[in-house]
Design a protein around this ligand. Sequence first.
Ligand SMILES: Cc1ncc(COP(=O)(O)O)c(C=O)c1O
Length: 232
Amino acid sequence: QLQRSDARRKLVVTDGVFSMDGDVAPLSDYVAACEDNDAWLMVDDAHGLGVLDDQGRGSVVAQGVNERVPVLMGTLGKGLGTAGAFVAGSHALIETLIQFARTYIYTTAMPAAVASATLVSLSKAREEHWRREKLVVLIQRFRAGAAQLGFTLMDSATPIQPLLIGADQQAMALSQQLREQGFLITAIRPPTVPDGQARLRVTLSAAHEESDVDALLAALEKVGCLTSDVGR
Ligand SMILES: Cc1ncc(COP(=O)(O)O)c(C=O)c1O
């Protein structure tokens, strides 16, 4: 598609970690394709930041392409637990956004308290490796347990662990049954995901304990039994 394009400026935009599947974009391939075709790559790493790389610097550092991604954006409201977002790039890019991006110019600046809290989150993300190590343990525990129950997992090694259900109604019913048991697991339906691929979007955090994962698996076993052929 890039080769066929005769656009004067080309920008390829991708998530680093895909928000509905939890899988990771093959950034080296994208970088190479962009470099070969005079295009820019922009990575939205909302779900990689804090989680991937040994200091939580996200997908672009984890995949060793940070010097070759011209536009990196991240949100602060996911792994970092505050709110807001940033764009990182060349001085010329950032200066251009400051001068010309109307949505930035005409909005109230981030409150100092949020910026300060984000700085604390950043140092925790950088230094407290146990959080990522704990997440990996929780993810593996959840995946092993859900697979054993017969649920269909997706190809994800990140804290986004969708369980593929299929029909919208069934995903909604399961989400409701889980809520009644104290678990907030949203059902994701089309158009957010393709038709027939409704899912339960399980999102794990370092604040969870192994006992939480076990309790969720027990609840899934219970609701799975109430609903026929769930994810099988
Ligand atoms: C990939 C991605 N980018 C950006 C956002 C937006 O983040 P925020 O709600 O902090 O604006 C989301 C969130 O929901 C997301 O999944």
